[in-house]
Design a protein around this ligand. Structure first.
Ligand SMILES: C[S@@+](CC[C@H](N)C(=O)[O-])C[C@H]1O[C@@H](n2cnc3c(N)ncnc32)[C@H](O)[C@@H]1O
Length: 265
């Protein structure tokens, strides 16, 4: 592996994981509170930093209309190809660019809105990436980042599973997440990047029906196994406990999302 796991696992994604991300990262109207701070309107030029499969990018494009333009940028070549094909089908005014960041491959002051959702925990440097987001934002432009705080993840499957949960989650985080506390760090990082009027909202819906199963099963369990810190058998038992908790109505999952907004002075 040429790059650390937290980066390499985005460079190489197998077909099964691509299919899972189409579910995990689908656009849903419940995401309205994370788009609202962008104050989107027709005609704006928007950058989506770490656009992935592009479902949210296409929603941004719908909101800026044919007179606007959205650019997505991502490290994964297949995400870029699949998202470009979707944009072409939908005749959306979106361009997807294949690039790792930081730095961002765009000139200073190129975008009136810069958006970054669930990406900054994976980059080599979140402060350097947010500084780049500020650089490419136009004067007076709005910069928004949304991220989890992985150290605030709450999962309950019943008392008998709690130690196992801690072991599996710690194993997953140890290799796949560069900055697990990114949620709580974003405010300071935005201030340090020179952004003005920085505000934070925290969204923390509870999942009691298993909406987060694709993420737990396709991402976190895989990371835990790949870490070598827990055995495959333990990960299988953990997945079994999750299924059992969902079917018995005992499942509880919450992962707070920090929505941070600043203005380029
Ligand atoms: C959890 S996904 C989020 C995708 C998208 N923002 C969304 O919410 O639908 C994280 C994305 O960040 C991209 N990514 C991670 N590290 C990156 C890096 N260093 N440079 C560019 N893209 C990166 C991944 O390829 C992936 O598409």
């Amino acid at each position: 592996m040429s790059e650390p796991y937290y980066k390499q696992h985005w460079i190489e994604i197998d077909p099964e994981r691509h299919a899972a991300y189409d579910q995990i990262l689908a656009y849903h109207p419940a995401m309205e509170p994370i788009l609202r701070p962008l104050e989107l309107r027709a005609g704006l030029n928007v950058l989506d930093v770490g656009s992935g499969p592009g479902h949210t990018t296409l929603e941004l494009a719908r909101r800026v209309g044919p007179s606007g333009k959205v650019t997505g940028v991502d490290i994964n070549a297949e995400f870029v190809a699949r998202a470009s094909a979707r944009a072409h089908e939908q005749k959306a005014n979106v361009e997807f660019v294949h690039s790792a960041f930081p730095p961002l491959p765009f000139p200073d002051r190129s975008f009136e809105r810069v958006f970054c959702k669930n990406v900054l925990e994976y980059v080599d440097s979140a402060p350097a990436t947010v500084a780049e987001m500020a650089r490419v934002a136009a004067d007076g432009g709005i910069v928004v980042a949304i991220d989890s705080d992985w150290d605030m993840l709450a999962l309950d499957l019943g008392p008998e599973s709690s130690e196992q949960i801690e072991r599996v989650l710690a194993a997953a985080k140890s290799i796949a997440i560069k900055e697990p506390k990114i949620g709580r760090r974003l405010y300071g990082i935005f201030r340090a990047a020179g952004l003005a009027d920085v505000s934070v909202e925290i969204m923390a819906g509870a999942d009691t029906v298993g909406r987060s199963l694709p993420m737990l099963k396709s991402s976190l369990s895989r990371y835990a196994r790949d870490s070598g810190r827990v055995s495959s058998a333990e990960v299988e038992r953990w997945l079994g406990a999750i299924d059992q908790a969902v079917s018995s109505g005992r499942f509880f999952f919450a992962l707070p999302q920090f929505v941070v907004r600043g203005i380029k002075p």
